[in-house]
Design a protein around this ligand. Structure first.
Ligand code: URA
Length: 204
């Protein structure tokens, strides 16, 4: 299927991408019955922020990063002096993958294959937005952008060139911070803040 995609014309607008992902059935996640959540922001944004996939709240709101992880992200962006409304915010995978646990829809990580399948859309977004810098939140986002497994610990804190030379910076996903407590959380939050501060400097 990925091969068939390569032969298709790239979408010409972000609206075409939103329509395309809504209709996309290239991986089994769409069978979860969730809606595709399109990226938010404008072409020409200097910064593109990439998460993993929409969560429960994002699926309901049809907007990326509006749930608990999004709120934590917003706090950190604000503290770093990064204007989210000027950025293009999207996800490596466009549908929410979950399993029912009682009444709750519980997040399931996308497989590498699912991320790689959705990469065509992410690359189409990047081609239209043409950001100067891309920030990957977590390993799924990094895989979506690089097409390989990435160790955030090893590769954070420096620019990684994408195939067209655009700078990629990788850091942890804010939901990772939400899963930690006490001193461990403080330490990781400080590293996350330092990563965002470095990105802010590069955007000056
Ligand atoms: N987590 C993500 O990776 N993306 C969202 O949009 C929300 C939560």
């Amino acid at each position: 299927k990925a091969g068939a995609r390569e032969e298709r014309a790239r979408p010409a607008t972000l609206v075409e991408i939103a329509q395309g992902i809504a209709a996309c059935r290239d991986c089994p996640i769409a069978d979860c019955g969730t809606r595709a959540v399109a990226g938010e922001g404008a072409t020409g944004a200097a910064l593109m922020i990439v998460g993993e996939q929409p969560g429960d709240r994002e699926d309901v709101a049809a907007r990326p990063f509006v749930g608990p992880a999004g709120q934590l992200l917003d706090e950190h962006l604000q503290a770093a002096g990064i204007d989210r409304s000027a950025a293009y915010v999207t996800n490596a995978v466009k549908h929410f993958k979950f399993a029912w646990k009682g009444k709750h829809r519980v997040h399931q990580s996308p497989t590498a294959k699912e991320i790689d399948t959705c990469r065509w859309w992410l690359e189409s977004e990047r081609a239209l937005v043409r950001p100067r810098l891309v920030l990957a939140l977590g390993t799924s986002a990094a895989r979506g952008l690089l097409g390989r497994t990435v160790s955030v610990t090893r590769e954070r804190g420096r620019a990684i060139p994408l195939d067209d030379g655009t700078e990629l910076w990788v850091t942890v996903h804010p939901s990772y911070l939400l899963r930690l407590d006490g001193a461990a959380r403080d330490a990781q939050a400080a590293l996350f803040a330092a990563d965002l501060a470095a990105v802010r400097e590069r955007l000056r």
